[in-house]
Ligand binder design. Sequence first.
Ligand code: SF4
Ligand code: SF4
Length: 346
Amino acid sequence: MSYYLATKTSIADWIKGLASRDSVYFPMKHGQVSYRFTQIQPDTEIQFEHYTPTVVPPVKLLLPAREELLQFRKNAEGKSEVRASLDTSSRIIAGIRPCDLKGIFLMDLFFKDGSPDAYYLARRENTALIGYACETPCDPRAFCAAVESLNHAEGADVFLTPLENGNVLVEVKTELGKKLTEGAGWKVCDKDPRGSKTAKAVQPFGRQFAASVQDISRIVASKYQSPVWEKHVAHCFSCGTCNLVCPTCYCFDVHDDLNLDAVSGNRTRTWDGCMLPHFALVGGGHNFRPEPASRQRHRVSRKFEYLPEKYKHGAVCVGCGRCGRQCTSHIDIYDIVSDLIAEGGR
Ligand code: SF4
Ligand code: SF4
């Protein structure tokens, strides 16, 4: 690990310089209030000061909404030929907040587990990550500190932290980060100069829970019959938006399409979501979770009980607040968990 001190202007120039030789994605204003990770050009004006979390998190650049997995055809001898459609192009995602870095860190775990997912991993191996620490909560719905993702920097190749004097501390964390920062010309630091010099984070940082992440896991596990599940789906449209914008939701569907020649076609995968009514529908017509409340319970339990127990890396909700922000009915996972905690017991 090496450290440098840089001005904000030199950081912006460095990012724009990277865009002249690679595909660089950065959070850019999209419409009046929204932000989107957008491919920038060397002359694009970028700023690090503040952005409301992008509607779609950066991890979805590694797991597109729809992607071709393979093409197949039957050749003249009647034998099947299959060609995988791996995306090995390189990209840099810059300006990633700690909560979204934690999202990518968790997705890496999920997609390496069991049968490693060649498609996600091909993109991930060819993607550099540049993180940026938060000085203030990005949005009133954020609760990253409450789920211990505010200080997450693991997975970043370069991590940037604003300092009190207006400069930026550059942490080069990997060999790839070293390559990206070569020749930047910043002032070298012998050691981590943070501590009193780090820009002061406001306290408390964002919304807090009245229980620790570990206690929440036990509380959720004991609330299978709670009336809270019904309460928070009274106005749910089962649209699945909360799944689609979540940096830790990864469920997908796979289907084959046959071309008109009837001997060739392709296989694609598309995002799916456990809040959609058909999600747990199986052959024979049985639906394991026909009611919105049972689907909501499943979603919350995945984030706070099932996956934390399996992977041992804390909550699988990173507190970005996207699901509550984007839900037409303002159904917020923070409110659901707070109500479960308020019910007491565990
Ligand atoms: S976004 Fe809101 S309305 Fe849509 S499924 Fe999720 S909780 Fe229900
Ligand atoms: S459950 Fe909601 S707040 Fe938690 S990570 Fe997903 S979108 Fe963000």
